[in-house]
Design a protein around this ligand. Structure first.
Ligand code: BES
Ligand code: ZN
Length: 861
């Protein structure tokens, strides 16, 4: 682990590196515990560096102090211009005195991939070597200026007796026991990758619009070849989409994707050699659900799109992370919308934005999309940087229009190709093409917190006035908030249900601002924040009849869904707080949506979904009520039963009508299956699981197999099926992750911790595999009433396992500690129990910098 005292890094302290790099040559002699890495790097003084730092050693009379990052490396030898040197060990790396002129650095180090359980740097996963360098993992491979603003071309020689030896760029030479790769595009070290293993490929090819033929491969372990076809198609679709939509072509002769089982994240965009968590690329109808297929398509696109937004143009420093991540998420969202359905995709995006980013913004971990300081950068790959970062791009586009958006992107690519840049550089391109000052807009990057937008209406003489007031609650380190630029997409629906004013973007820039619509015949109903045009919380006075009216008539699918959601939430909150019966406005509205077969089945499924327990807990806090997790759970269960009763007469027909023929993982098929399975969930509350058991028996695809099992589990049934599932899939790691996850997700509140504990003793459980760890403990933390059960058993169990995991894998531990971020919402007893666990974690000897930073920030609430 890292024992250096944790240091805080500040954006304002940015300084360019003293040298630039002309070229990097690396040679790897692979060995599980003693891999040798030789480097030969040509450095030149950087003309953009502020001034040369003075030499520190008294015996050196000339030259510059030269610092290279390095962690957990055993230095074998180092030389400058052929003369051996002895570097000084300093915090986080080494230092030597180097010429104030071009020179050649040569070094050899030894590393141990097999014992690298952090899965960062060079490590082994099931006998295969692979790397993960973003953000700061390259320094665990060799001494190097491991920062994104140092870009260089790499030539890599890999020596080892494994059949497949891969690195970035184009293949140069291949012989017995070695391979040489050359990447002609300058890149930062975080995009370096190496893979070696006994792998097989699923091949493909793509011809770019200018006629360049590109070889494509998905590399997997033998036995997984049959699970690559879908990913390969997604890759080709992504390549075509980036040409058609952004005019961006691929730029190497080959594009490789590798699937690895042990991976901290979903996937990584290394230049020409993307590395994927196997769960995010391997797909077959027998083993993957529709949701898996959709995710795989999106993530393949995301990593491919980074080739331009991230790789060709990269970040100057890690504070600019949203420059590549927010933009690339926005791009993959648009791609998925084009491939499937924009309406459905948008609702799903808003659901995750609210569940993850609004939650983050509301608690101790709130930070700006461009943070100003960090201790461990891995802790800032957050929902805020990613999802709010993507929302900012969407707002920018809405404000300047599609044409200026595309022109601005073109200008950005043209100006900055091959550079490491900032948010200022990104915005400058749009200011120029749109002829518009984006200074106030830029606050979206620096101001944390979710703006609350209050709306009031006034109707007089055919004029409707909408008045908005925006406020943003304080967040850690930011008590004063300024008004933001908020694009509010608005339309008006007349009393007869016709749209009288189509979508217009109201541009709010002041704390309070009014907008008028004149010349209206009769008072219309305003449909506000269409398509969720800004990441804000809209508060308006609206009764359930008006909501039901908009649900029935709004032309904007997002608002139509939103009105149903508001009805559901309202119903649940008053059930929880006032013990009322559910409102008929809600039950009837849902019934008519379900019965409306002009609506996309996927949309109808989303409308049937209830707000999550976590979401309800936050809504209660916002209403000044301390949430009781058990009460929330009970009310939601009660409403599920009432819904099942109320929809009793339509469920069987819906179940029948939405049967699909042969399994095709497209939008149409998955929409029908999702509706059918949601209906099955309700049916199972009434028929003792007969229908679900029958479907489980004959299902020929994982969507229906897992879906029917979940319907049973959610009805307190399914023990036999769970056993059969394990027997059938015990040799498939990815499917077994589902087996672990499903049981914990649907466990009753008083059983969840006990079950997770038992599963952590299962022979197939291991904390060396992040997917498996997340299957059990991610599911436990997502089981709201189970995690927050009054006994505190789940808090204790999670803390025990986080402490154990931290010694192996700090990154995944830190990420999962975020489960505690909402702790101040709950009552004094729960708060005391959580605080005790957080303090226990923090008191662990040698706790990683990653987890220390997270737990400290969470405790500071
Ligand atoms: N660059 C990231 C992967 C990454 C994240 C590396 C954090 C190191 C630290 C990659 O492009 C990414 O964003 N992956 C996401 C999925 C994506 C679809 C949002 C992931 O892995 O979850
Ligand atoms: Zn990314």
């Amino acid at each position: 682990m890292n024992n250096a005292a944790p240091q805080t890094i500040f954006l304002k302290d940015y300084k360019p590196f003293d040298y630039t790099i002309d070229s990097v040559e690396l040679t790897f002699k692979l060995h599980p515990t003693a891999t040798r890495v030789r480097s030969k790097i040509v450095f030149s003084p950087n003309p953009k560096a502020p001034e040369s730092s003075p030499v520190t050693s008294p015996e050196a009379s000339e030259g510059k102090r030269f610092f290279l990052h390095g962690e957990e490396l055993r230095l074998i030898s180092a030389a400058i211009d052929g003369a051996s040197v002895t570097p000084r060990e300093v915090a986080g790396g080494i230092e030597v005195d180097a010429p104030d002129a071009p020179f050649v650095w040569e070094a050899e180090v030894e590393i141990s991939p097999e014992t690298n359980t952090a899965l960062e740097g060079l490590y082994m996963s099931n006998g295969m070597y692979c790397t993960q360098c973003e953000a700061e993992g390259f320094r665990k491979i060799t001494y190097y200026p491991d920062r994104p603003d140092v870009m260089a071309t790499f030539t890599v020689r890999v020596e080892g007796d494994l059949p497949v030896l891969l690195s970035n760029g184009n293949p140069v030479e291949r012989g017995e026991g070695f391979a040489v790769w050359h990447d002609p595009w300058p890149k930062p070290s975080y995009l370096f990758a190496l893979v070696a293993g006994d792998l097989v490929n699923h091949p493909g090819a793509f011809t770019t619009k200018s006629g360049k033929k590109v070889e494509l491969n998905i590399w997997v372990r033998p036995g997984d070849e049959g699970k690559c076809a879908f990913g390969m198609q997604a890759l080709k679709d992504s390549m075509k989409w980036d040409e058609d939509t952004y005019g961006r072509e691929y730029d190497l002769d080959i594009f490789n994707i590798v699937a690895v089982d042990d991976f901290n994240m979903g996937a990584m965009e290394n230049k020409g050699l993307n590395i994927f968590n196997s769960s995010c690329v391997l797909a077959s109808k027998e083993t993957s659900t529709d949701a898996n297929f959709e995710r795989i398509e999106g993530i393949i696109a995301h990593e491919y799109f980074h080739n331009w937004t991230g790789n060709r143009i990269t970040c100057r420093d890690w504070f600019q992370l949203c420059l590549k991540e927010g933009l690339t998420v926005y791009r993959d969202q648009m791609f998925s919308g084009d491939m499937r359905s924009h309406a459905v995709k948008r609702i799903e995006e808003v659901l995750t934005l609210r569940a993850r980013q609004f939650r983050e913004d509301n608690g101790p971990l709130a930070h700006p999309v461009r943070p100003e300081s960090f201790v461990e950068i891995n802790n800032f790959y957050t929902a805020t940087v990613y999802e709010k970062g993507a929302e900012i791009i969407g707002m920018l586009r809405r404000l300047i229009g599609d044409e200026a958006y595309r022109k601005g992107c073109d200008l950005y690519f043209e100006r900055h190709d091959g550079e490491a840049v900032t948010i200022e550089d990104w915005l400058a391109s749009f200011e120029e093409v749109a002829g518009r000052n984006l200074a106030q807009f830029k606050q979206w990057y620096s101001q944390a917190g979710t703006p609350r937008l209050k709306m009031s209406e006034n109707w007089e003489d055919g004029t409707l006035t909408l008045t908005f007031t925006q406020t943003t609650p304080p967040t850690p380190g930011q008590s004063e908030k300024k008004p933001q630029v908020i694009p509010i997409a608005t339309g008006l629906i007349g009393p007869n249900g016709d749209e009288v004013v189509p979508t217009t973007v109201l541009e709010m820039t002041e704390a309070t601002q009014s907008f008028t619509f004149e010349g209206l015949g009769a008072r219309p109903v305003a449909s506000v924040l269409r398509d969720f045009s800004a990441p804000v919380i809209l508060e308006r006075e609206i009764d359930n009849d008006t909501r039901a009216f908009l649900l029935a008539h709004d032309t904007d699918p997002f608002q139509k869904w939103e009105m149903g959601r508001a009805l559901a939430k309202d119903t649940l909150i008053s059930m929880i707080v006032k013990d009322t019966k559910p409102s008929f406005a809600y039950l009837d509205a849902i019934k008519s949506v379900l019965a409306d077969d002009t609506l996309d089945p996927a949309f109808r499924t989303l409308s049937l979904g209830l707000p999550s327990q976590d979401d309800l807990a936050q809504s209660l806090v916002d209403a000044g009520v301390v949430p009781d997790p058990q009460r929330i759970y009970d009310a939601r269960e009660k409403l599920r039963h009432l819904l099942a009763d109320h929809l009793h007469d339509v469920l069987p027909a819906l179940y029948k009508e939405n049967e699909t023929g042969a399994f095709v993982p497209d939008a149409e098929g998955s929409g029908k299956r999702s509706l059918r399975l949601a209906v099955l969930g309700l049916l199972s509350l009434q028929d003792s699981g007969v229908t679900a058991k029958a479907l489980y028996k004959r299902a020929d695809n994982m969507t229906e197999q897992a879906g029917s099992l979940q319907a049973l589990l959610a009805a307190g049934l399914g023990a036999d099926e769970l056993q059969a599932f394990e027997a059938q899939w015990k040799d498939d790691r990815l499917v077994m992750d589902k087996w672990f996850m499903m049981q914990v997700s649907f466990a009753a509140p008083d059983k969840a911790a006990e079950l997770a504990e038992a599963l952590s003793q299962h022979p197939a459980f291991t904390n060396r595999n992040p997917n498996r760890f997340r299957a059990v403990f991610g599911a436990l933390t997502a089981n709201h009433a189970g995690f927050h059960h009054a006994s505190g058993a789940a808090y204790r169990l999670l803390a025990d396992h986080l402490i154990a995991l931290d010694a192996l894998n700090p990154q995944t531990t830190a990420r999962m500690s975020g489960a505690f971020e909402t702790w101040t919402r709950y009552d004094a007893d729960r708060q005391a129990m959580i605080r005790a666990e957080l303090e226990r974690i923090l008191a662990t000897p040698n706790l990683s910098r990653d987890t220390t930073e997270m737990v400290t920030r969470i405790l500071s609430a």
